[in-house]
Design a protein around this ligand. Structure first.
Ligand code: PLP
Length: 398
């Protein structure tokens, strides 16, 4: 019998509920035809990358020496690319970031893994808020830490500050937030971010060490409210930003994103060095070189978010009218309604009778809810509405 890491075998063998639902939808599509299966399981952007991405790729391939274009870049990323990213954020937030505050990564997942490895020491706890992206647990544990989930504030999925302060203790090294949120679509209000920053500042003072705020922002550009998103480092200096172009530019397969270590953070240079060290130890070497350049050329642009807004409006209005209860989703491309029975798994099984594929909230640490990923063609939503209605009728909602 060969000896392997049992943890890695388990991670590689057990499929996530999202993947399981997606596989079910694929299998059913092969059986009954894709047009009869309404798969809302996965968060793969449904709108193409903007034309400027293809243009940038073409121009770069035609004009840049292939040895440079496809070669290694410095570990932290190409200097001019980092400069372009800094200028973009400075323009938008009135900040004064420089290229040496950015470390380019393979998406937000790579950014989170680097930050968590940079911060994590044995025995450290990282706090997050239910419902949360399930991979946080994998990433935190890989960095030697323990993930602690604060129960959800079910009324509006802002932060339950009593529950949050109860979770804080001197072992807490960091807090992970994700706004706009996967799976709820909820955007943290300015009041929430302000109070979060104040709480962390007080507790850092009390414990005599900083509690780092890790702001996971792959959906930063996908917002439907008029009020601008609060720029988190403005509210708490010890914030580390993890960003990704997976959703904003519809480039999830190209694996491009960054960590920003704002210079206002405590010992920022040392933290930045630890992030670089983590990238080295994890074997990332450098972020994909072609898409570093593409990201710099497409800075400030996004895919067509109008489709997501249309989908959200259509689905949210219809579900509420059918009697489902759903917190206000002002961003990302997910809805997280309450299930009409406490067992969300049983609800999802019932939905499958109609070839309607949803993901139970249990996988996000929030039972009694279901995630609907509406990054799908609008026609799919139109086609699925009678199925949602039939389900609602089964439960006497309408
Ligand atoms: N964080 C959240 C909340 C996500 O939803 C995702 C992907 O869906 C990620 C991180 C990872 O994103 P990336 O593809 O940029 O690694």
């Amino acid at each position: 019998m060969i000896q392997l890491s049992q943890r890695m075998v388990a991670l590689g063998t057990a499929r996530s509920e999202i993947r399981e639902a997606f596989a079910f939808a694929q299998a059913r599509a092969a059986e009954v035809g894709a047009e009869n299966v309404d798969d809302f399981s996965i968060g793969n952007p449904s709108v193409p990358a903007p034309e400027t991405v293809a243009q940038a790729v073409r121009e770069l391939v035609d004009s840049v020496d292939p040895i440079k274009l496809h070669g290694y870049t410095p570990a932290q990323g190409d200097g001019e690319v980092r400069q372009a990213l800094a200028e973009d954020l400075n323009r938008r937030h009135g900040t004064a970031y420089g290229p040496d505050d950015f470390y380019l990564t393979a998406g937000a997942a790579g950014a989170l893994c680097c930050v968590l490895s940079a911060l994590g020491c044995p025995g450290d706890q990282f706090v997050t808020f239910a419902p949360y992206f399930p991979e946080y647990k994998v990433f935190v544990e890989s960095a030697g830490g323990e993930l602690v989930a604060v129960p959800a504030d079910l009324a509006d999925f802002q932060i339950d500050f009593d529950a949050f302060t109860a979770a804080l203790n001197p072992q807490v090294k960091g807090v992970i937030i994700n706004s706009p949120n996967n799976p709820t679509g909820v955007v943290y209000s300015e009041a929430t971010i302000r109070r979060l920053g104040q709480t962390l500042a007080e507790k850092s003072q009390e414990y005599g060490h900083p509690i780092w705020l890790i702001s996971d922002e792959p959906y930063r550009e996908i917002v439907y409210q008029d009020t601008p998103l609060p720029w988190v480092p403005d509210y708490y200096a010890n914030t580390l930003v993890c960003y990704s172009y997976s959703k904003s530019l519809s480039l999830p397969g190209q694996r491009i994103g960054y960590v920003l270590v704002p210079p206002q953070a405590q010992e920022a240079k040392l933290v930045y060095a630890a992030v670089c060290g983590a990238g080295r130890a994890l074997g990332y070497v450098c972020a994909p070189s072609l898409f570093q350049l593409v990201a710099a050329r497409c800075v400030g642009q996004t895919s067509d978010m109008a489709v997501y807004r249309r989908n959200r409006d259509l689905l949210l209005d219809a579900l509420r009218e059918m009697g489902y209860t759903c917190a206000q989703p002002d961003g990302a491309f997910y809805l997280f309604p309450r299930t009409p029975e406490p067992d969300a798994g049983a609800f999802c099984q019932r939905a499958r009778k109609y070839d309607l594929v949803l993901v139970p909230g249990d996988s996000f640490g929030c039972p009694g809810h279901v995630r609907i990923s509406y990054c799908v063609p609008t026609e799919q939503i139109q086609r699925a509405l009678p199925k949602f209605r039939a389900l609602a009728r089964e439960y006497g909602l309408c």
